[in-house]
Design a protein around this ligand. Structure first.
Ligand SMILES: Cc1cc2nc3c(=O)[nH]c(=O)nc-3n(C[C@H](O)[C@H](O)[C@H](O)COP(=O)(O)OP(=O)(O)OC[C@H]3O[C@@H](n4cnc5c(N)ncnc54)[C@H](O)[C@@H]3O)c2cc1C
Length: 406
């Protein structure tokens, strides 16, 4: 889904882009997704914000509640919208996916094409024999290519939680909802629900215990665990078929990557900064990545690409992660691209096994994913220069939370 946003940004910046997708078709799960105001602003910058704004969530209150629905922290979404200039929207994933895909010129996406190896050098990137100026790695949280680029990085760390998500349809209009998130202090279980503009209700549930694997049994288990909660939890689970519930074990990067760009290769989305879903920011951050990528590559020709991606890294990585201490042994640090002279502050790009480091500025380039396991990446390839697009990021403040009177 998200490489489509990056592709749109790069097309708008005047570049030729190809998306390589491992799956036989572009698809998304049937569940919903919350796009926070910063994500909507990023979609605005991609020219896609209008239809998303039209689907803004028809509810004004949110926040955190106890399991009975009593407010613990309330969020005034109208105030948030006025403050930031964009609403919270709740969409079905397939709808958002179609919106993003429709923005791409025909032929941009090549499906059934799993990337297995990437080799970066001073003048280009070679991906399974295909040569390009820039590669954008966006193969998701379990990114194999990230591991090849940063072999000393520990990768994902499980949160210990599982999450189920779905959209309940045909919900009675008079069903009392408790929008926002219900929290059970006894177990740490959570249940969130957000009505959507089309009458459906997006809901999710989290837990730490072991749930049954069988979908109908898990459905009953989820419902029974919430039997003494606000009635909307059981009602929304009842209104959803067990097969329509998507379950994942949630995870995040064990620690931030030392760089979001290495020479001519940039990372985007969950491959770059996998985070737990309770933040509601994974896709929103990827949209911001896409806008930033389009902005830095606007006006950049092939020779300027490494410098442009270094600016992308600087834009998208918080300052404290760019401090020297953030670099770990064996992990390349962010810094100027490798096209110039030696750069002792940068560390070195990685080779399979993580043991071999090259001097910066050498022509040999970066070898990734040549080990026994094929690396996985979805890549976009800007292939020509030109441009004339100014894409600006506007960072919105987060919702103000204030205690709700009891
Ligand atoms: C339960 C849950 C709820 C969430 N809720 C929200 C929310 O409300 N708001 C929000 O902003 N975010 C939310 N997120 C996060 C959001 O879903 C992710 O951040 C987002 O889907 C990541 O997209 P991605 O494109 O980076 O990765 P993915 O969606 O994982 O896509 C990776 C793609 O790469 C392809 N691929 C993999 N390997 C290869 C290869 N070798 N070659 C070619 N292609 C390959 C895959 O087929 C896939 O299409 C939630 C996540 C979860 C789990």
């Amino acid at each position: 889904m998200l490489p489509a946003a990056a592709s749109t940004a790069l097309h708008r910046a005047g570049h030729a882009v190809t998306v390589l997708e491992r799956a036989g078709e572009l698809r998304e799960t049937g569940a919903g997704i919350g796009i926070m105001p910063n994500g909507v602003l990023a979609l605005d910058a991609l020219g896609l914000g209008g239809p998303v704004r039209e689907r803004a969530a028809p509810f004004a209150e949110g926040g955190i509640r106890d399991r009975h629905g009593r407010a613990l922290l309330a969020t005034d979404r109208s105030a948030l919208r006025d403050l930031v200039g964009a609403p919270v929207t709740v969409l079905t994933r397939p709808w958002l996916h179609r919106l993003l895909a429709a923005a791409l010129p025909a032929g941009t996406v090549v499906t059934g094409r799993a990337v297995t190896a990437l080799r970066e050098g001073p003048t280009g990137v070679e991906i399974d024999g295909h040569r390009t100026d820039v590669a954008v790695v966006a193969d998701g949280a379990g990114s194999r290519l990230r591991a090849a680029l940063f072999p000393a990085h520990p990768g994902l760390r499980r949160s210990g939680e599982s999450a189920a998500r779905s959209v309940a349809t045909g919900v009675p209009a008079d069903l009392p909802l408790a929008p926002g998130e219900l929290l059970d202090h006894r177990t740490g279980d959570r249940f969130g629900c957000m009505p959507m503009s089309d009458g459906g209700v997006y809901w999710y549930a989290t837990w730490r215990d072991t749930a049954p694997d069988d979908p109908p049994a898990r459905h009953r288990w989820l419902r029974e665990r919430r039997a003494d909660w606000h009635p909307c939890a059981a009602a929304l689970i009842d209104a959803t078929a067990p097969e329509a519930v998507h379950v994942v074990q949630t995870a995040q990067l064990a620690r931030p990557l030392p760089a979001l760009a290495v020479g001519r290769v940039a990372l985007l989305g969950d491959a770059a900064h996998a985070m737990t879903p309770d933040l509601g920011q994974g896709a929103c951050q990827a949209f911001e990545d896409a806008v930033a990528l389009g902005a830095v590559l606007t006006g950049a020709g092939p020779a300027e690409a490494p410098a442009a991606l270094a600016r992308y890294d600087a834009l998208r990585r918080p300052p404290h992660e760019r401090a020297p201490a953030a670099g770990r042994a064996g992990e390349p640090r962010a810094g100027p691209p490798r096209t110039g002279g030696p750069d002792p502050g940068r560390g070195a790009p990685a080779r399979p096994g993580g043991a071999v480091h090259e001097g910066a500025g050498r022509a040999a380039g970066l070898h990734a994913a040549a080990g026994p396991h094929p690396s996985r990446s979805k890549a976009t390839f800007p292939q020509r220069d030109r441009v004339k697009v100014a894409l600006l990021q506007r960072r919105g403040g987060w919702g103000q939370r204030s205690p709700m009177p009891t």
